[in-house]
Design a protein around this ligand. Structure first.
Ligand code: GAR
Length: 223
């Protein structure tokens, strides 16, 4: 049963992007083929003209741009973003390659109903350039994490992780591509769990099927 549905049994959500939108595409595909019980009310980009907006339009999903550069302060941008999102009344807000840091006030407004995907095995490698840093750190395993968003950057409770091996001849691009392939699997999975009411954030912890998740779900392949 859906956590909150729009009457059609589908969870209404909004996706925030900043660029290419390949994770968005995986979510659009899941909505279209019925594997995800969701309705995407809009895709919002903070950068104009990005590929992800085209992907939304092709899927007949409203594609909106709120260019952060036209606002004089971060607070003005966030006020506009928040009212745009809230007019759409989503039950879930998805950050899919959204590359603006959000203020604690903004994040708290969506507490328990905002997810992010990050290209590392959190808590390792928060922030940017995760693939370069994993290679530089001599990691033998790398991956991606889906987590609830909390005020501290990339620090919210992790729901599910996917792992990939780091190969001897990897460069940041080859490693990023291997991780991205897994991102496209675990993000729809976590969204489905949320839509089915299987995952809930309670007191800064993830509950899965009514039980405290003591460690993230691991995609097969993690050691
Ligand atoms: C993805 O690798 C995602 O994990 C990352 O940006 C990429 C977006 O790709 N997100 C972050 O680094 C957030 N901290 P996409 O636009 O093709 O989905």
């Amino acid at each position: 049963m859906a956590a909150v549905s729009d009457g059609s049994g589908k969870l209404p959500l909004v996706v925030l992007i900043s660029g290419r939108g390949s994770n968005l595409q995986a979510i659009l595909d899941g909505a279209r083929d019925g594997s995800l019980p969701i309705t995407i009310r809009a895709v919002i980009s903070n950068r104009p003209g990005v590929q992800g907006l085209d992907r939304a339009r092709q899927a007949a999903v409203p594609a909106l741009t709120l260019d952060h550069k036209v606002y004089s302060t971060r607070q003005d941008f966030e006020t506009a973003l928040r009212s745009t999102i809230d007019e759409l009344s989503p039950a879930l807000v998805i950050l899919a390659g959204f590359m603006r840091v959000l203020s604690p006030e903004f994040v708290m407004h969506y507490a328990g109903r905002m997810l992010n995907i990050h290209p590392s095995l959190l808590p390792k490698y928060r922030g940017l350039h995760t693939h370069e840093r994993a290679l530089g750190g001599g990691e033998r395993e790398h991956g991606a994490s889906v987590h609830f968003v909390t005020p501290e950057l990339d620090s919210g409770p992790v729901i599910v992780q996917a792992c990939v091996p780091v190969l001897p001849d990897d460069d940041p691009d080859s490693l990023a591509a291997r991780v991205l392939e897994q991102e496209h699997k675990i993000y729809p999975l976590a969204i489905r769990w949320f839509a089915e009411g299987r995952i809930v954030l309670r007191e800064q912890q993830v509950w899965f099927d009514g039980h405290l998740l003591s460690e993230p779900k691991r995609w097969p392949g993690c050691h």
